[in-house]
Design a protein around this ligand. Structure first.
Ligand code: SF4
Length: 864
């Protein structure tokens, strides 16, 4: 058995993995104890990566329309159509939309082709939706997109402030590191409109009004100034301060005004301000709650202002810290994968364009920044872009106002999609689909949130006709006529060129530089260990990447926050679930990961629910000016009244009516172009249906069930669809497989139950009720893999009394809520460690520990 050191496929923490290949497509996953990002730990998503490496649903051959085509034919067609479009309409009539899932080498080749050879900067990435406000904020204040902190700084901090980040769910391994530091005495403050599991464990939670972050941070800066905490010496030596900066700051930023704007108690605000003022070693870690806003760049700079003014940067345990969502968003930033940057941390200034052109020997350099994601899809819809290549992403799901994006894709004369998955919402619009290598087959590098570059290594041979993205792009480039410039034989060739470009005509003005790495040969690349560029603290010397070496304080002011609108009285927020990733093309394959949250829920404050006639567990329609989706309602007093929260993961292929992407507005931050996903005016109303049910199948369906509401859950040996609708069931029944049918019906109670036996096993079951009573699914699901047919199939349970396990809390050990509650009560367990010792929950990946802590708190409050 072969052990391979590689990197997790998911979030920007960038955990190292030791993967032991145990068969043709099977692998045992363990955390890499020697990787600096995770030191051997993995969260639930990383732990279950091995369940996602099968070939189910893979695109394994190039397709032109719905016809299989050879690589030559498909690549020739892509090159020809792009060349023809450019010849007829100019270079800005074509675009690439790429992804933070690409490896740095893939990204580099795509960026070079578009910006240096096609001559347009119309290449943007889904990282635009994730962290481009952090990029814009860094460039505005530091002169370069440099994250000034590392994970090690968390270990040295005495105060950790999490802003707009449900770290316990979205970056679980970083959160475990934060918890460990808190156990040593550091304080944790969470600033988030929602009381998330992260907020529940904080020393202080400030549930601020969405969008009031600038007021909070400028108020804090004013408070620090009055408290004498501003570091005048640091400012004098290292920071340019606009002339009237402090005068402007003083206006309206007193504690009471800020408390009113942020809608939090003044006493809590003062507590936070005092804590911050008294704690030099402070890390302010921020994520999508800051970035995904129409004032995202200002919000970032409100925090960088604070750290610069107090001299809390470039020192151990003191820095603002942007943490990225995607595994290689940072690698994309380094090569220039955003339309607004050129390459190797250069912008489009004439001298930078000339330098990069010299290095690439490029015939036609892009003259100016290209279209950012929202503008790019708008240009497609308006017919200005006539050929689009989408790589490793699903904009028909993930872009705001996704229905408009679908209309644009449908109208675009030529759409190419490279993906690992055969059927995606975006792929449905493609004229050409190209099979790309997946995680486990790819070879290259990624950069995580603290600038650590790690190798991702192939575990398996390429399946079918799949090829790596870098190879696909360079083959198109060569067919477009640029053979020499794209003569790469392996990722190491691209890596060395990328490293050389980082140091080319770089006199030290740009921190991003990989000098030593360019020297090694192929063997050195293969053996590369994780390393961090820029050192532990890139600004420790107080010199920044601006022309005069000084950082900038950036004047920012809170924008007015409009009150509720008559037609849209609520505010919609969107985000992630702990165990799912993006549009679930991978995590959706792992039954264990589905157990944490099996369907998309709309979280509503109970007072709003009661006022609006919603039922906890019932269905509701969420409407915005852009569209509407249906979710099951979950009452949560962690929501602020007037606000809704929905997850981003479900697509048209995995849910009818539960797609979130179509709801947010396509409004963007004016500097970064990042959409404001977090604050969409919305309304909600209950949805009544005549029946509810579930459809359990051993085999996937070609299309989702046609009814008002359906969501798909991966289960062991099959798939489960939860359903609700009106009218007859004929179309749903028709989805059951062929075989021997057994049926039961109770018209008085409105129930109908059908099971289908094929080959001596349960092949499918449909249970429907008008009253709402349905059996728990676990036992029936287990029957899909049972060697014999149970006699009580239509009862939905084994003979005798069955224990209902409740929702699964610990997916690693499959422990349900009821077992945890029983253990706490019966064994008088007092802390999370005791629960782990008693029943195992929380002792593997640790992702459920915040949930265990919450259950303990609830149990203790009941007992008290
Ligand atoms: S925190 Fe989890 S999802 Fe993120 S890189 Fe680590 S193991 Fe992967």
């Amino acid at each position: 058995m072969m052990e391979v050191r590689t990197t997790c496929a998911y979030c920007g923490v960038g955990c190292g993995i030791r993967a032991t290949v145990t068969g043709e497509r099977t692998v045992k996953i363990a955390g890499d104890p020697d990787h600096p990002a995770n030191r051997g730990r993995l969260c639930s998503k990383g732990t279950h990566l091995g369940e996602t490496v099968g070939l189910e649903g893979r695109l394994l051959a190039p397709m032109i329309g719905n016809r299989r085509a050879g690589w030559d034919k498909a690549l020739d067609l892509v090159a020809k159509r792009f060349k023809e479009t450019i010849a007829r309409h100019g270079p800005n009539s074509v675009a690439f939309y790429v992804s933070g899932q690409l490896l740095t080498e893939d990204y580099y080749v795509a960026n070079k082709l578009m910006k240096g050879f096609i001559g347009s900067a119309n290449i943007d990435t889904n990282s635009r939706l994730c962290m481009s406000s952090a990029v814009a904020g860094h460039m505005r204040t530091f002169g370069e997109d440099v994250v000034p902190a590392t994970y090690d700084d968390l270990d040295a901090a005495d105060l950790i402030v999490l802003v707009g980040s449900n770290t316990a769910w979205c970056h679980p391994i970083v959160y475990q590191r934060i918890r460990a530091r808190c156990e040593e005495g550091a304080k944790l403050v969470v600033i988030d409109p929602r009381r998330t599991e992260t907020a529940e464990e904080a020393d202080l939670h400030l549930p601020i009004r969405p969008g009031s972050d600038v007021a909070l941070m400028t108020g804090l800066l004013q408070y620090c100034r009055e408290a004498g905490v501003v570091d005048e010496d640091y400012l004098a030596a290292h920071v340019a301060v606009p002339q009237d900066f402090w005068d402007q700051l003083a206006e309206g930023n007193d504690l009471w005004s800020v408390a009113r704007t942020c809608d939090v108690p003044a006493a809590d605000l003062r507590h936070f301000f005092d804590l911050f003022a008294a704690t030099p070693r402070t890390i302010t870690l921020f994520s999508q709650g800051i970035n995904q806003a129409t004032a995202g760049t200002d919000q970032v700079n409100a925090m960088t202002n604070l750290h610069l003014a107090t001299g809390r940067i470039g020192k151990p345990g003191a820095a603002p810290f942007s943490i990225t969502g995607q595994p290689n968003a940072m690698g994309g930033r380094e090569v220039g994968g955003l339309a607004s940057t050129l390459a190797a941390h250069r912008d489009f200034a004439p001298e930078n364009r000339a330098s990069v052109q010299r290095f690439w020997a490029a015939p036609t350099m892009a003259e100016k920044p290209g279209l950012k994601a929202v503008d790019l899809f708008r240009a497609i819809g308006e017919g200005r872009i006539k050929a689009l290549w989408v790589m490793a992403t699903n904009p028909a799901v993930s872009m705001p106002d996704a229905n408009a994006v679908r209309a644009a894709l449908a109208a675009c004369p030529f759409v190419v999609v490279s993906d690992v998955i055969e059927k995606t919402d975006t792929g449905a619009f493609a004229h050409v689909r190209l099979p790309a290598a997946a995680w486990g087959e790819k070879d290259g590098t990624v950069t995580n949130s603290d600038r650590t570059i790690s190798r991702q290594r192939a575990l398996f041979a390429l399946p079918g006709e799949a090829m790596p993205d870098w190879w696909i792009v360079k083959e198109v480039a060569r067919r477009m006529g640029w053979k020499t410039a794209f003569a790469y034989d392996r990722p190491a060739d691209i890596w060395r060129e990328h490293c050389r470009l980082s140091t080319y005509e770089n006199n030290g003005a740009r921190r991003f530089a990989l000098p030593g790495a360019a020297q090694g040969g192929n063997a050195a690349y293969d053996a590369m260990l994780p390393f961090r560029w820029g050192g532990d603290r890139p600004f420790a010397d107080g010199r920044f990447s601006t022309e005069d070496g000084r950082a900038r304080l950036v004047p920012v002011a809170q924008k007015p926050l409009p009150g509720p609108l008559a037609k849209w009285p609520l505010t919609l927020n969107t985000g992630r679930y702990r165990d799912q990733w993006h549009s679930m093309t991978r995590t959706g394959l792992a039954p264990k990961l589905a157990r944490h949250r099996e369907e998309p829920l709309v979280e509503v404050h109970p007072a709003d629910g009661a006022r609006l006639g919603l039922a906890d567990g019932g269905l509701a329609r969420v409407e915005t000016p852009q569209g509407e989706s249906i979710y099951r309602v979950a009452f949560s007093d962690g929501q602020r009244p007037g606000e809704l929260f929905v997850p981003i993961h479900w697509t048209d292929r995995t849910a009818s009516g539960g797609r979130t992407g179509l709801l947010p507005r396509p409004l963007v931050d004016p500097l970064s172009g990042q959409p404001g996903f977090k604050r969409t005016p919305a309304a909600i109303a209950p949805v009544a249906t005549q029946w509810r049910g579930f459809l359990l199948l051993a085999a996937e369906l070609a299309e989702r069930p046609a009814c008002l509401w359906a969501t798909r859950v991966a289960v062991p040996a099959g798939v489960l669809w939860e359903l609700a609708g009106d009218g007859g069931l004929q179309r749903i029944e028709a989805l059951l497989p062929r075989g021997e049918r057994i049926e039961a019906q109770d018209p008085a109670r409105g129930t109908r139950r059908i099971a289908v036996i094929a080959g001596g096993r349960l092949a499918g079951a449909l249970f429907v009720t008008a009253s709402g009573e349905l059996p728990p699914r676990d036992w029936l699901i287990a029957q899909l893999a049972a060697p014999a047919v149970a006699p009580t199939l239509l009862a939905g349970r084994a003979p005798g009394v069955q224990a209902d396990r409740g929702p699964i809390v610990c997916v690693c050990f499959d422990v349900g809520l009821k077992a945890i509650v029983a253990a706490i009560r019966d064994q008088h367990l007092a802390d999370v460690a005791a629960i782990g010792a008693a029943i195992g929950a929380g002792t593997n990946c640790g992702s459920c520990r915040p949930a265990l802590a919450r259950i303990l708190t609830e149990e203790n409050s009941h007992a008290a």
